[in-house]
Write a protein that binds this ligand. Structure first.
Ligand code: ATP
Ligand code: MG
Length: 581
């Protein structure tokens, strides 16, 4: 079927939408692919829906190819399964909750581990049934704090989620590898440039996990990669190489010094330098940052002190990831007032630990290292406070910021930072969910065996925004062919009958040959048609105009802008070849 611009439900916009900050959002709205309904909630118009269906088809093909089977679960879910795993509370404010007329609690599914596990439990019970992979392509709901950039971060969005069920850890690892392979193939097919990074597993629980990040400066995820090796990781997942612990023997004794007006690391270092004894830098100081944390479902906040070398900041995202699923907030003045043992600007490990506050430190703070830190008294610091002698932290925490130039955790090279859009996430969940609902299979030996699970997500709708971020220019979108809403965009550039008839004939023959055609048959100027063709972004544009009297039409490559004259008689064969190649 030929898509005619004269009747296509499409109005392109000349102006950028006022709320659009990133190119994909601007262009998908201007080219009439999506329309905003409410924050983070979008409608798909005909061209957008085609791209969505193309992406879904590729995802289905690659999932089917690893033996995964498609099912479809409801998006409207009862609370009970999520209560069994504690996610009804743990998921926090991102979950859309609602009540039915009888007062029953429901939610709109943000992800479906519970329901998939329950579904498998309902049907399977023998070792012969496993492994099994199930997936769905479904609308997900998350009440995101900051919906952003159109379909990039929606509150309603399309996700492919699949789940693997295995009898043992080796099985889980191989299921994970197969999903990883399928993801590589599908992201390659849609034309995305991406990296695979080590990730933290967050609220999901579980162990091994990797994210697929489409490289883009507009991405919200900062990741780091090694300058030398293939190491790449989400900043939240970077582990700090710890120096070897040293001896505490023979270190100078700790001494409290009067250091007037030195509540910040900078003022402290200046003061120590001007007092002249030794050359101190910020890296010799130990900064203690106070936060409060609260476990999901509880009301009490608990104090926590985090010690990091003074030349680094506490990265709240890293700290939150480390303390997941707890909420974390910095202390306010009122909290300091309520805990007078905390002397703002001069907090040391002693007051913290003497008052029962948990004290976690950066992995660089190992036994035998000496620090300048707060003496728990205004205008006083202690010098040569030795870890393992004068204080013993309650543990370590990955909270300090990660910087370009830091050593790569794999020991090869240093780290550099880049930004990306998370398009996929794969987890080896393990037994968190199967334990919660006792999902067992009867083993060969007649004994029940606990099933182990993997969970694998693809942001189907977000992928379209990511593709648009990577494939556009100043005139519009530039779709990779497999996802494009059509193969060829035929522009009728002239009013006389020969031109119109020529374009109709070419379009009809292309359509017959299975090429997807958009035909711009509107009664508007060629200039408007060219601009719209570039905005819409179909990979090949055919201009049928005056040249037809000489028997030629122009075939333009949308990506390179290059145009070639092709004889009108052979253009169909030429285009069929182009599309199939
Ligand atoms: P993010 O960190 O971006 O919020 P997430 O880690 O919470 O994502 P997952 O739970 O891993 O997301 O979901 C699987 C995939 O679904 C993600 O990799 C992403 O591509 C997509 N996705 C998640 N949230 C959204 C959203 N709000 N809008 C569009 N796609 C999303
Ligand atoms: Mg994720």
């Amino acid at each position: 079927m030929i898509t005619r611009m004269s009747t296509l439900f499409l109005r392109t916009l000349r102006e950028d939408p006022a709320d659009a900050e990133v190119p994909s959002h601007r262009l998908l709205v201007r080219a009439g692919y999506v329309r905003r309904v409410a924050p983070g909630i979008y409608s798909w118009l005909p061209l957008g829906l085609r791209v969505l269906h193309n992406v879904e088809r590729i995802v289905r093909e690659e999932m089917d190819a690893i033996g995964a089977q498609e099912i479809h679960l409801p998006a409207l879910l009862p609370k009970e399964p999520y209560e069994q795993t504690n996610r009804w509370t743990e998921y926090g404010p991102n979950m859309f909750r609602l009540r039915d007329r009888k007062g029953g609690d429901y939610l709109l599914g943000p992800t479906h581990e519970e329901l998939f596990a329950q579904t498998v439990k309902g049907e399977y019970n023998s070792y012969r049934d496993f492994p099994v992979y199930l997936y769905q392509i479904q609308t997900k709901y998350r009440d995101e704090e900051r919906p952003r950039a159109g379909i990039l971060r929606g509150r309603e969005f399309v996700m492919k989620d699949s789940y693997s069920f295995d009898l043992d850890d080796d099985g889980l690892r191989s299921s994970y590898e197969r999903h990883r392979g399928a993801y590589i193939r599908l992201f390659d097919r849609v034309g995305l440039r991406y990296v695979i990074v080590a990730a933290t597993s967050g609220a999901m629980g579980g162990s091994a996990s990797e994210e697929f990040l489409a490289e883009s400066i507009t991405g919200e995820d900062t990741f780091v990669r090694s300058t030398e090796s293939g190491f790449a990781a989400n900043v939240e997942a970077v582990t700090t190489p710890a120096p070897a612990a040293g001896s505490v023997e023979g270190k100078p004794a700790a001494e409290v010094h009067h250091t007037p007006d030195t509540p910040t690391i900078e003022t402290l270092v200046d003061f120590l330098d001007s007092s002249g004894e030794r050359g101190f830098t910020a890296a010799d100081t130990l900064k203690n940052v106070l936060v409060k944390t609260r476990q999901p479902g509880t009301r009490e906040w608990e104090l926590l002190a985090v010690g990091v070398p003074g030349d680094r900041e506490v990265d709240m995202k890293r700290l939150e990831a480390a303390l997941e699923p707890a909420e974390v907030e910095l202390l306010e003045d009122a909290d300091f007032a309520a805990n007078p043992f905390l002397v703002k600007g001069y907090v040391g490990p002693k007051a913290v630990q003497d008052n029962g506050v948990r004290y976690l430190v950066d992995p660089r703070i190992v036994t035998g290292t000496a620090w300048v830190t707060g003496a728990d008294k205004a205008d006083h610091h202690v010098v040569d406070l030795v870890c393992g002698r004068d204080f013993t932290p309650d543990g370590t925490v990955e909270a300090a910021d990660v910087r370009e130039g830091d050593p790569s955790p794999d020991g090869n090279g240093t780290l550099e930072a880049a930004r990306g859009i998370e398009i996929g996430h794969i987890f080896q969940l393990g037994r968190k969910y199967t334990d919660a609902i006792s999902l067992d299979a009867l083993g060969q030996d007649g004994k029940p065996k606990r099933v182990t699970m993997g969970s694998y997500g693809v942001g189907v709708s977000r992928m379209i925004a990511a593709i648009a971020e990577q494939h556009h220019d100043s005139s519009g979108l530039v779709w990779p062919r497999e996802v494009a809403p059509a193969d060829v965009h035929v522009v009728v550039a002239g009013k006389d009958d020969t031109v119109r008839e020529g374009a109709e004939r070419i379009s009809a023959e292309l359509d017959e040959a299975g090429v997807r055609v958009i035909l711009d048959d509107r009664g508007v100027s060629p200039g408007v048609k060219f601009a719209d063709a570039e905005l819409v972004g179909v990979p090949t544009i055919v201009v049928v105009g005056k040249g037809l009297t000489k028997g030629v039409v122009e075939v333009k490559d949308r990506a390179t802008g290059e145009g070639t004259e092709v004889s009108a008689d052979s253009v169909v064969g030429h285009l069929v070849g182009l599309v199939r190649s």
